[in-house]
Design a protein around this ligand. Sequence first.
Ligand code: AHR
Length: 305
Amino acid sequence: GGDKEAGSTGGGDDKIVLGFSQVGAESGWRTANTESIKASAKAAGIELKFSDAQGKQENQISDIRGFITQKVDVIAFSPVVTSGWDAVLKEAKDANIPVILTDRAVDSQDTSLYKSFIGSDFKVEGEKAGEWLAKEYEGKTGDVNIVELQGTTGSAPAIDRQTGFAEKIKANPNLKVVKTQTGDFKRADGKTVMETFLQSTPKIDVLYAHNDDMGLGAIEAIEAAGKVPGKDIKIITVDAVRDGMTALAAGKINFIVECSPLLGDQLMEVVKKVNKGETVEKRILTKEGTFTPEQAKTELPNRKY
Ligand code: AHR
């Protein structure tokens, strides 16, 4: 940061200082995302002050306040939930520190509170999952009981993946979401919630899990109940991390919608630009696809995370 006093950022040199507040370490996706951010900061010569909020918004708010006090050059964060950010973002703006949203959105009406939002379109991800399922049951009769494992309550990916999916299946009245509950994007929670679904709902045809980790936990519960994942219960997940892709290639998951955690390089590009006062695109979308079991087999050897 050129205009910062020497020593105020701890370095005394001209390195850009980036404060990053991460959601936590809830999933394989998140671990890959953290690694990407750390590696890209290093490669870009950016000094990274990284904090892990352990899934708590109050921790993220105090992390951001800490970054403001330390006078970092740029703040980036992945907001755990969408609401409740206006006050702290206003504080950053008043301190003239640009903010970049990474991975997840906020619901602030005042979009001048942040410079850019880099990440996936979670609603499109939900739509891709719903489209696949609608096609799978096209022309078939009889009720299809779907259970849904939602991500963290109030988070952008949980809200949007639910909405996008619901929109794409609603034309077929046979496709019924009979149970929906949060598993907080965690493998252990995916397992316990799936256990309760299996106990309360004798006929489950499909599981839609908002991420691979919850799907993988659910697979353990399904197998423990003596059912065959991928056959007795069709499974759709989101992310396409290595463990998810391995289960897909083995036929335990039927379809995965990709969500790329590799946001580090794009983030560092934007950090450099906003630090120079350049204008940046308000919305930077990640490119991603979908995978079937056959595609997973081909892709697995190249998978980086
Ligand atoms: O915000 C992205 C989501 O957060 C990922 O899909 C999920 O695995 C992670 O925990």
